[in-house]
Design a protein around this ligand. Structure first.
Ligand code: NDP
Length: 312
């Protein structure tokens, strides 16, 4: 039972570690069957943030025993050149997953490139075939679902938060987070409402949620008045705040946050005002919540892709 003022913190870092340990075991089992799951990451040009993400993906592959390859074509590459690169990876038997790090340079046709990845190697789960399979209610172990939504479902399942029959409200309708997480919640038998920037009377809807997912991209947008006491809050947002006023508003009296802000000139806040966490039953912190799961789910998808393609 929920005791107000005593919410559970859903620890994404611990859950990610658990998933990675399971993936490492599956990789070891695959090796005994004579194959090593393999991931290719295409990083176009030199975007510093993307370089950091890609390096940590490659590093995690190494830690779990997954074969990985990083391809770094120059920013001047044409769509045709990149399509040829994807085609070559599609044909390779040692590559189970292909990830194209976004964003791509403006002159490249991102959709054409994402659609060129074979659906069975689409470990990002962005291909229309995989999006369609998810919508059609494919079993979780038979579809490559996008990593962030898949991570959200793992957090809920592993924290024993019931989904079946629960009211879930998702704020955000992007193809990367909002829509796929809504599909996955429906597949888990939740009753789902999707809200977005045109939704009227948002707070009335969000207050009905047993599970509230915020994927908006606005710092601290969800305030306590929008939350039913005891609800589970999944905060997907990652927003960098850079002003004293924002730090004071979201983290009053929080010495650790202030120290970090003074050191770096910024700190991260989610789409939920931390004051709203205080009345929840459970919540994912930012950082250390949903974001922590993304790489673990990519690793899990790579092994899943390898198994599905080899039928075991
Ligand atoms: P998008 O910008 O693609 O989508 C944002 C959604 O929020 C849109 O559907 C938009 O509505 C809706 N929205 C915007 N303003 C409002 C408002 N005032 N009221 C209600 N709805 C609103 O973002 P993403 O889905 O890609 O990402 C969302 C957040 O999650 C971001 O903070 C991003 O950084 C973070 N993120 C975190 C990840 C992680 O690993 N933790 C991974 C991916 C994203 P409309 O469609 O009408 O414009």
């Amino acid at each position: 039972m929920h005791v107000e003022g005593n919410p559970r913190v859903l620890d994404g870092v611990a859950i990610a570690a658990e998933i990675k340990a399971e993936v490492a075991q599956e990789v070891a089992a695959a090796r005994t069957k004579g194959y090593t799951p393999g991931l290719a990451v295409i990083l176009v040009g030199e975007v510093p943030a993307s370089q950091i993400y890609v390096r940590s993906k490659v590093k995690t592959c190494g830690e779990l025993g997954i074969y990985s390859e990083m391809l770094t074509p120059p920013a001047s590459s044409t769509t045709e050149e990149l399509l040829a690169m994807v085609d070559a990876l599609n044909k390779r038997d040692d590559i189970d997953g292909i990830l194209i790090q976004l964003p791509l340079p403006d002159h490249v046709d991102t959709n054409q490139l994402l659609d060129a990845v074979l659906p069975e190697k689409d470990v990002d789960g962005f291909h229309p075939i995989n999006a369609g399979r998810l919508l059609s209610g494919a079993a979780p172990n038979e579809v490559l679902a996008p990593c962030t939504p898949a991570g959200i479902i793992e957090i809920l399942k592993r924290s024993n938060i019931p989904m079946s029959g629960q009211r879930a409200v998702v704020i955000g309708r992007s193809n990367i987070v909002g829509k796929p997480v809504a599909s996955m919640l429906i597949n888990e038998s939740a009753t789902v409402t999707i809200c977005h920037s045109r939704t009227r009377d948002l707070a009335t809807i969000t207050r009905e949620a047993d599970i509230l997912v915020a994927a908006i991209g606005r710092p601290g947008y969800v305030t306590p008045e929008m939350v039913r006491p005891g609800a589970t809050i999944i905060d997907v947002g990652i927003n960098r705040i850079t002003t004293e006023a924002e730090v004071e508003r979201f983290f009053p009296g929080n010495a650790k946050r202030r120290e970090g802000f003074e050191k770096r000139g910024s700190t991260i806040v989610g789409d939920v005002d931390p004051a709203a966490f205080a009345i929840s039953g459970a919540f994912t912190p930012v950082p250390g919540g949903v974001g922590a799961l993304t790489i673990a789910m990519l690793m899990s998808n790579t092994v899943k892709a390898a198994k599905l393609r080899r039928k075991g």
